[in-house]
Design a protein. Structure first.
Length: 440
């Protein structure tokens, strides 16, 4: 294991999608057909008016373009970097029908947003009069930020409580550095702050402030607590020091002053977070990185473009391999074969007898999904849970307790940043209507 200081980390993470220059952005914007029915807009969970913002880029109105984006998505800058555009807006681009490259919507969106932040990052003054009722948001991730921005547009005061020392949720702590830097996440938080949103950091609801205190002070509360730490592997040896959860590993190299990295690393899992961790380990200096997944390549849940990029980075994939124990000198696995489909329709992996083998490594990073904050969520009286997630009305985000709304990973189980933004904005709008009906 070696230790890298923070100053040596940033140069190892050049952006995977660099920005467009002014001339390139103009050329790309003029490729757009400006479709009146805009399937790209329909494919965006926040329904950004894509043809409109691109047309403004083409006419040189970058601030107007950015304001149009922000009207739909207050985190338009981070979403321009981290959204899986291949399967959302760009995947819906009509140019696919003509066997042409889709418009680079994500990079054009980033071009407008980078201009906005480079030139003062000021939003127009809100016109709604201030109202007396205030809302509490628990968690300072994308869903809460979007909810808070929407409530402020309706004149309601918002206080966000965050247990960590920095806001932004996974944008700050959990997205790979080559996609989104923490500084880019934090500047968006500053934009939300500029709307008059109040933040309290290092405050754990239930300890520093009780649920009863919240309910006495705030007529409506938004739950956006995300997901908990990674689940247990249930393997012998997982308590050894060389085992580091994937999200902790990513958070450490993004925000801590130093990070430890092994010479040979094994990643357990087949999702996008596992790939982020694998790519990061290589960039941080690991000589070998093995990604261990119990099913086949076809069944791996990571996006195809993420998988292809990881192969280019040099990640080695061990498919149909199931970890069975963590040893001081590596990860013991057993080979798997795919049997009959399980309840979800995926073929169930079954161990091959006497096929155990060892992957030599000095660092093991599990990325098998996150736990739920069940013990915390049950403290909110009248809020129903199903399979560990908060149950909401999908149209409004309202829970079974009318004073509580919810959004983000604690509702959807862990989707994209743009989904959290959409849920937060939708809930903020619905909360404003409910508060007006209750308090005028």
């Amino acid at each position: 294991m070696s230790i890298l200081p923070r100053a040596d980390i940033a140069p190892r993470f050049p952006e995977i999608h660099p920005p467009l220059g002014p001339d390139a952005a103009l050329v790309e914007a003029n490729r757009c057909l400006y479709c009146f029915d805009a399937p790209c807009t329909a494919a965006c969970p926040t329904h950004i008016d894509v043809p409109r913002f691109i047309k403004k880029i083409a006419s040189g109105n970058l601030r107007g373009s950015a304001l149009g984006i922000l009207d739909a998505n207050i985190l338009g800058a981070s979403c321009s970097r981290v959204c899986p555009v291949d399967v959302l807006c760009e995947g819906a681009c009509v140019l696919h029908r003509y066997n042409k490259q889709p418009i680079e919507i994500g990079r054009l969106q980033r071009h407008a947003m980078d201009h906005f932040y480079a030139h003062g990052a000021k939003l127009p003054a809100a016109f709604t009069a201030e109202r007396t009722a205030k809302v509490a948001c628990i968690g300072a991730g994308p869903a809460s930020l979007a909810c808070a921005a929407e409530l402020r547009r309706h004149g309601y005061g918002v206080t966000i409580f965050e247990s960590r020392s920095l806001p932004g949720g996974l944008n700050t702590y959990g997205v790979a550095e080559y996609k989104l830097r923490s500084s880019d996440s934090l500047r968006e938080v500053d934009l939300v702050k500029s709307l008059g949103v109040e933040f309290h950091f290092g405050v754990r609801v239930g300890d520093a402030i009780t649920v009863d205190d919240l309910e006495k002070t705030y007529p409506a509360i938004f739950l956006a607590v995300g997901l908990g730490p990674g689940g247990s592997l249930g393997l012998p040896g997982e308590e050894l020091n060389q085992v580091v959860d994937a999200l902790k590993f990513i958070a450490d190299y993004k925000t801590a002053q130093t990070v430890s990295i092994g010479r040979k690393v094994a990643i357990i899992g087949g999702g996008n977070t596992a790939i982020d961790a694998a790519n990061a380990a290589l960039r941080l200096g690991a000589e070998e990185v093995h990604m261990v997944y119990r099913r086949s390549e076809r069944e791996m849940p990571a996006f195809q473009f993420e998988y292809e990029n990881a192969k280019l980075e040099g990640v080695r994939f061990r498919f149909q391999s199931q970890p069975v124990a963590i040893r001081p000198n590596g990860l013991e696995c057993v080979r798997m074969e795919l049997g009959a489909p399980d309840a979800s329709g995926r073929r169930k992996p079954e161990p091959v007898p006497a096929s155990n083998f060892l992957i030599e490594c000095d660092m093991i990073i599990p990325a098998i999904g996150q736990s739920r904050f069940l013990d915390f969520l049950v403290e909110f009286r009248g809020v129903d849970l199903r399979d560990g997630s908060v149950v909401v009305n999908p149209e409004t985000g309202q829970t079974s307790n009318p004073r509580y709304y919810a959004g983000g990973d604690c509702v959807n189980g862990g989707r994209e940043v743009v989904d959290a933004v959409a849920e937060g904005k939708r809930a903020g709008s619905a909360m404003a209507k409910w508060l007006e009906s209750q308090h005028g």
